[in-house]
Design a protein around this ligand. Structure first.
Ligand code: TMP
Length: 216
């Protein structure tokens, strides 16, 4: 893919996706540090969340028993949180020439609610079209690793959520879903093996980012 010139007023929306414990937040921080060194204005944010209202919705989604919400209700709550996040944080930042690095976005809804929870691709696509119109990430980095490694890492972090407590079959479906999404949209999505060292994964991400967008 041709490199897009960065005249420092052009901004990009980069999303990070992957299963539990795949190292997204570490990698977002490492990429943010690198962008800072290169004087690229940027923000980091996450979903569900990113605004006080969306963080409230996050709390509803993350707490309680695993059957507290079904897939459709989760799809609606995630999408409501996303709408607020886009309107108040993501779209203004991009307009303001800041790159946005986001921990999860639409592909998480497709993988978790659409595939693993079984609401189906069409339902997710319909709601996302209402929430986002044509807006989609410029680049999506999918951090891929075997689910047992990721779940072990997530448990070691201590705090577990409703999602960590779902069974292995669910998490395997999420992993397969991300790989399927990447196969369907190879121009937007890049799969990176996340089982290597933090530095190796960061180097791979930096290579992808700099091959797509000029940062210096
Ligand atoms: P995380 O902050 O540890 O990534 O946790 C967020 C959880 O929310 C994670 O288990 C994935 C889940 N999630 C969805 O199910 N659908 C979504 O659309 C998003 C953004 C997250």
């Amino acid at each position: 893919m041709a490199k897009i010139a960065n005249d420092k007023t052009q901004s990009y929306f980069i999303t990070f996706e992957g299963g539990e414990g795949s190292g997204k937040s570490t990698q977002i921080q490492m990429l943010a540090d690198k962008l800072k060194k290169n004087n690229v204005p940027h923000i980091t944010t996450r979903e569900p969340g990113g605004t006080p209202e969306s963080e409230n919705i996050r709390e509803l989604l993350m707490s309680g028993g695993k059957d507290r919400w079904d897939g459709v209700t989760e799809l609606l709550l995630m999408s409501a949180a996303r709408r607020e996040h886009c309107r108040k944080i993501i779209w203004p930042a991009l307009e303001n020439s800041q790159w946005v690095l986001c921990d999860r976005f639409v592909d998480s809804t497709m993988a978790y609610q659409g595939y693993a929870h079984g609401t189906g691709r069409a339902a997710v696509e319909q709601i996302q079209n209402v929430v986002l119109h044509q807006f989609r990430p410029d680049l999506t980095i999918i951090l891929d690793m075997p689910i047992d490694v990721g779940l072990k890492r997530a448990k070691a972090r201590g705090k577990t959520t409703r999602f960590d407590n779902l069974d292995e079959q669910f998490h395997q479906s999420v992993r397969d879903a991300f790989l399927d999404i990447a196969r369907r949209e190879p121009n937007r999505c890049t799969v990176i093996d996340a089982s290597g060292s933090m530095e190796a994964v960061h180097d791979a991400i930096w290579q992808v980012v700099t091959s797509r967008f000029a940062v210096t």
